[in-house]
Write a protein that binds this ligand. Structure first.
Ligand SMILES: Nc1ncnc2c1ncn2[C@@H]1O[C@H](COP(=O)(O)OP(=O)(O)OP(=O)(O)O)[C@@H](O)[C@H]1O
Ligand SMILES: [Mg+2]
Length: 450
């Protein structure tokens, strides 16, 4: 069915015209209520659901234009078509301004009616879809502080919601500053363990012996300084979520112990003879290529598969530029509120510079950049002049010095060294700009002795 049946309220005083409309519209497959009084029409609109109001300009007691105004105000979802019989052009124009969707002039044949209705109903469908889209987007942005509309982020949101419902282990990978910890917290918050603890541990921040103690705890007397019992984070996270950040930093012996705990769901404190049962979800994160470490035997393969029952990969910000406007807007508002500044927004130039930049530090770098811009900003909008030098219009790129007579190898050397200077020594970024692999860059630098 190309044209769905609409519920139409026809409000026309003149009997012949009203009956003709009822006949034509019923013939087109719509449901019609027809009446000849404006006040009655408004009462019907308040009480029943209509898609369309078909109204004559001359409608008593106070004219179609007035009914139109009230209807638009009280029932903006009802589309209004005006019949231009019996009214002045001036009135008709005002009616259009007041929100009538279309003005139908005599003679009124079935084709004219059909076309006007089709346009109106299509428009209404689009509006409904648009509202639904926005509702869904809001719902999506709403996942615990996570912002982003890129397909990668949307995929991630549904993964978060899926894993939240179960107890599976999750491995989150992504460059520094891509939001790994935020995603871990989102999973915890969306899960039925949200009332339980969320315990983050940075595995890279402890030496090998200390991380064991941190994870599994000890009993009094287990070693010289152990003057009291100490539960490890596994016990602390009981009933909640344990977040092992920088999991690639764990030494192999600790990995073995960790694997055992994951298999048995029990932990034994150092020096204790018994193990206690723990019920928790483990989320691990790393910015390293854990699969690569497995291949080099630097990470246990069995543990790797235990951790990555579900793998969530966060792409770098430069690969999802469509998220940048939303993030900028969000961070500007937040920083302004935190710093008591009245900043209304940012210029287009600022956004363009942000879109052009590569963000090696990802969302964290974006957040910090905006925070300092907001703090230093003296106006009511962030402008290009407020951008830090490496992002701003003055971030002129150095020129290459090329002269005929140079060999290709010399030209290449010039390009590589100048690009590297431009990135402040960041080799990864330089390789990206040059469009070559990191290995090639390293090899060339080796050849130059740089
Ligand atoms: N999608 C996002 N929406 C809103 N804020 C974000 C988003 N992603 C990251 N952030 C913010 O960016 C900062 C860095 O995020 P987070 O600490 O989660 O990154 P990370 O991947 O754990 O980084 P690292 O590897 O350096 O530890 C945080 O302040 C976080 O709130
Ligand atoms: Mg982190």
């Amino acid at each position: 069915m190309s044209e769905h049946a609409a519920r139409i309220l026809v409000a026309v005083e003149e009997d012949r015209l009203r009956e003709r409309l009822r006949f034509l519209l019923t013939d087109l497959g719509h449901q019609i209520t027809a009446l000849k009084d404006g006040e009655l029409a408004l009462r019907y609109l308040d009480e029943e659901a209509f898609d369309v109001l078909l109204l004559s300009l001359s409608l008593p007691p106070y004219g179609g234009a007035r009914v139109l105004e009230v209807s638009r105000e009280r029932h903006p979802g009802v589309g209004v078509l005006l019949l231009a019989e019996g009214g002045s052009t001036e009135q008709a124009l005002r009616a259009i301004e007041a929100g009538a969707y279309d003005l139908l002039t005599p003679p009124l044949g079935i084709e004219k009616l059909r076309a006007a209705l089709r346009r109106l109903l299509e428009q209404q469908k689009l509006e409904r879809e648009n509202i639904e889209l926005h509702r869904r987007l809001r719902q999506r942005w709403g996942i615990h502080n996570l912002i982003g509309v890129s397909p990668a982020m949307q995929r991630m949101y549904s993964q978060v919601l899926q894993v939240a419902a179960s107890r599976v282990s999750v491995l989150i990978t992504g460059e520094s500053g891509t939001g790994k910890e935020l995603v871990a917290r989102a999973i915890h918050e969306a899960s039925d363990r949200a009332r339980g603890p969320f315990i983050p541990v940075n595995c890279g921040a402890f030496s090998e012996s200390l991380i064991s103690d941190e994870l599994f705890g000890h009993v009094r007397g287990a070693f010289t300084d152990a003057s009291s019992d100490k539960p490890g984070v596994f016990e602390q996270a009981d009933g909640g979520t344990l977040f092992l950040d920088e999991v690639a930093e764990l030494a192999l012996p600790v990995q073995a112990k960790l694997l055992r705990v994951l298999q048995d769901h029990r932990v034994q404190r150092l020096g204790s003879t018994s193990a206690v049962e723990v019920d928790l979800r483990l989320i691990a994160a790393t910015n390293k290529d854990l699969g690569g470490l497995v291949a080099q035997a630097a990470f246990r393969e069995d543990l790797y598969y235990r951790l990555r029952v579900v793998a969530i990969e966060l792409p770098p910000l430069r690969q999802r530029p469509e998220d940048i406007p939303l993030l900028v807007d969000h961070f500007v508002k937040r920083a302004a509120a935190e710093n008591g500044k009245r900043i209304r927004g940012f210029t287009r130039g600022v956004l363009e510079a942000m879109l052009a930049y590569q963000w090696p530090g990802n969302v964290r770098e974006l957040e910090n950049t905006i925070q300092s811009m907001v703090v230093l900003c003296t106006g009511d909008r962030l402008r290009e002049e407020d951008l830090p030098a490496h992002l701003g219009p003055r971030a002129a790129r150095p020129e290459l010095e090329l002269k005929v007579g140079m060999t290709l190898a010399e030209i290449e050397r010039e390009a590589i060294l100048k690009t590297l200077a431009f990135t402040g020594g960041n080799r990864k970024r330089a390789a990206e700009i040059l469009g070559i692999g990191l290995r090639t860059l390293f090899r060339r630098l080796g050849e130059y002795g740089a």
